[in-house]
Unconditional design. Sequence first.
Length: 568
Amino acid sequence: MPTITINNRELEFTEGQTILEVAIDHDIEIPYYCWHPGLSVVAQCRICLAEVWQPNPRNDNKLEPLPKLVPTCQTPASEGMVIHSDSPKAVKNQRSVMELLLINHPVDCPVCDQAGECYLQDYAYRYGRAESRFEEEKIKQPKKDLGGDILLYSDRCIMCTRCVRFTKEVTGTSELMIAGRGAHNEIDVFPGNALDNPLAGNVVDLCPVGALLDKDFLFQQRVWFLTSTPSIDGITASGDNIFVQHNDGAVHRIKPRTNMDVNTWWISDEIRHGWSHIHTETRPLMPHLRGELEAPQADAAEAWQDARDAGLAGLEQGGHIAVMISPMLSCEDAWHLATMARAIDPNAVLALGPVPVDGDDQTFPGGYTIRAEKAPNARGVRRVLAHFGDVIEAPAFEQMLSSDDTIKGVIITGNYPSEWVTPHLTAAIGDERFVLLMDTMATALFERADVFMPAATWVEKAGTFENADNRLQSFEGAIESVQYCKSEAQIALDLQADVEGCTAPVFNDAATRQAMADAGLTAMRDDVHHPIVTQDELESDMDLVQLSVGGQQTSGGCGSGGCGCSGD
Ligand code: SF4
Ligand code: FES
């Protein structure tokens, strides 16, 4: 492989890579603002400039310096090149660029949402001057509502044009432009336009400073209080990789997690804002019995027990039970529900819940696709149900309910982000049957259900989804289940334990996948993609402390020397 030398390190590279890309691949920091791997290269911010020497074939391949600093984001790496981004000349340029960018910047970090994840802040710390030499009046720029969910604080903008290129190259909507000239130029929408395309929220992630802001997140949290949990889109069939960012048991925002095989760097606004139902005041968080919706349940644990007992009593009326497993649930939920149903009734009917579809898939010029299917795991639930027999789809299930009066009890699962119960389903269920409902919303079936058990949304549990491309991906629980909500898998395990007179095990997604694999669903062990998170993405603000015993350094153990632990 060809090699180049950056800051005295000889590095291999692939033909076509730029110097900056080689540096990033080998964890060498060269500062950059305008470059982004998903956008065209414009070499506009000038902070990535470095000294470059290269062999001159007309002079016996002797190393010769290029006459000027060159942008590493735009210059292809070539065999034998020697690059210095830490030479006095390159560092002087970095300091000059930082000084220029901060001349008109308001330096309002204490009230800026981006503080803590701001490239301007980081590079000012590493490459900037301690004091400003600027004595004139700063140019003041306006704050603008760009429409949709986006605000622009123009005076923080460093004119990297990432946002403009995104709307031109990725969404093809071109709402943004640069207005004005020189120090007075500013980002704006074209007259009469709003920045409200279905991927618009990505410009907030792209903006390296705090100029573009999400109205939803404005002044909500300091970012250093947020914990990022790797997850998967839980409301559409995209399988987009995301981070759920939360603090103190509450979700505050969803950000894209780069996966070049699925969503690259982007997510749709639908996914970005698809968590709002989790913390709505109207979400039912307690178990309920039919007709007791208004009755205050002083002891929730007792109410839960009552509900479970009543549920079992209903299910023991004779005849068959039928279970509708929602495509919003994980494969693990589906597995435990189906296993529990067959434990109660070996002939239990198992069916897939309704799969919402909204129009057609929408693919943007940059390659990103918004899926028309608005459920994350229809394929995964089908895969699990196929293990138990023929897969019955929702319309056939409703038909079956309407005509088969041997079905005495139904277990219905929902977990959709909005109302999903159709009059047709309610009519098919009828008034006579026992209904056990597990859901996250007070839908049209809420009052009809004989027992309602509050379910956990996907951010409150771990599991596996299979996306529209049949890619199985696991996700972690981000927050604890709210109040008395439980995952459908755990509710199923509790019910099955009641039937079998034993103690219910605690749901574990990995153990469930292994159980599925042992039962023949080997894909659940062999084909599941688990989240890969880079160290940068999980950067901790805590220093690793080397403990010592009796003056000697140790790499493990509590270090007290008194408890006898080995440190393993
Ligand atoms: S608003 Fe942000 S992304 Fe757009 S040009 Fe300014 S700094 Fe760059
Ligand atoms: S990152 Fe190279 S010029 Fe901006």
